[in-house]
Design a protein around this ligand. Structure first.
Ligand code: BDR
Ligand code: CA
Length: 320
């Protein structure tokens, strides 16, 4: 049976890659997209999610979620400098073909989890705000979901919005703390910068996607040009221009978990000014555990990945 997944997303160029990758994968059934602020304002996330479904020619429900963080008195800021003014690399696209689904993101997640108890995998690749709201609305949700996979955080490596914080967690550390402090039927999987920065995507790789799939591949190739330009500025000493499709790694984990190596541990999220959004990870193997961490639910953090295998999986999906 195909695995049912909902992607909670803020598209975003790498979000687009994750959505296309999941939609192309024969073993996954993408039953809905829920949107959140993050890379772009939430209204743009919704428009972009519908536009991506239009490119795929799929009528998947798209439900709008949170426009601001779960906690804290912080106005959201967006990452147009990474993803373009329209969030999709400034590629001109027709307006969305349809309206969003009337259900809120949190309502949709809960409704699907109740309709298919124990079958739905929730893949969160934006700030964790919608997931936190859904947990508030339905306390049984953690046991109704099959599992939760999060692209976010940096367990053993530095951050990308500050020396210590990764963007999704930095956008809403309060929501993240709630999500990490919840016990699920299976331990939550964290796909953080530890693995997403270990898989680079070259200009040649993106050209190849276009050859393999003239519809979604050509869209990704064009969008990736903008994204690659951003990464060239960040990594000025890099040998060749590349980009990082962070969110797609969460899908790769679902398709083939064996290409990653994991460690069980506990996560706390900082909210003080300097360390805002930091995910500090402590393994379960510490013989002298600190209760501020060891009293938390166990999460499984991906720390290593076979980068060639991820690229192969994506190319395979694009050739179908
Ligand atoms: C994460 O932040 C967003 O910019 C990307 O879409 C990804 O989800 C990477 O830190
Ligand atoms: Ca994202």
């Amino acid at each position: 049976m195909k695995e049912k997944i909902i992607i909670d997303t803020d598209p975003g160029i790498d979000d687009a890659m994750a959505i296309f990758f999941a939609s192309q994968s024969p073993n996954l059934d993408l039953i809905g997209l829920t949107t959140v602020f993050g890379n772009v304002p939430v209204e743009m996330s919704t428009d972009n999610a519908i536009r991506l479904c239009d490119i795929l020619k799929k009528d998947i429900p798209v439900c709008t979620g949170a426009g601001k963080p779960y906690g804290g008195d912080v106005e959201p800021s967006f990452a147009h400098f990474v993803h373009g003014d329209n969030g999709l690399g400034n590629i001109e696209l027709p307006p969305p073909s349809r309206q969003e689904d009337p259900r809120s993101a949190a309502e949709f997640i809960i409704e699907m989890a109740k309709k298919y108890p124990g079958e739905v995998t929730l893949v969160a690749v934006g700030p964790l705000t919608n997931v936190a709201h859904a947990l508030d609305l339905e306390p049984e949700l953690p046991n109704l979901l099959k599992r939760v996979v999060v692209m976010g955080g940096a367990a053993r490596v530095k951050g990308n919005v500050s020396p210590v914080a990764e963007a999704n967690i930095w956008n809403d550390p309060y929501g993240a703390e709630k999500v990490f402090a919840t016990e699920y039927a299976k331990p939550l999987t964290l796909i953080g910068l530890d693995v997403t920065y270990a898989v680079s995507f070259s200009v040649e790789f993106n050209d190849k996607l276009e050859q393999l799939n003239p519809v979604i591949g050509s869209f990704m190739n064009k969008a990736a040009k903008f994204y690659t330009k951003f990464y060239s500025e960040v990594f000025q000493n890099a040998k060749e221009p590349v980009c990082y499709f962070h969110d797609a790694l969460a899908i790769a984990h679902i398709i083939n978990p064996d290409i990653f190596q994991y460690q069980d541990g506990y996560i706390r999220v900082s909210k003080d000014e300097l360390c805002y959004g930091q995910t500090s990870f402590e393994g379960t193997d510490n013989p002298m555990p600190n209760p501020a961490w060891s009293s938390q639910p166990i999460v499984s953090a991906a720390l290593k990945v076979n980068d060639d295998k991820v690229r192969d999986l994506i190319q395979e999906a694009y050739s179908l």
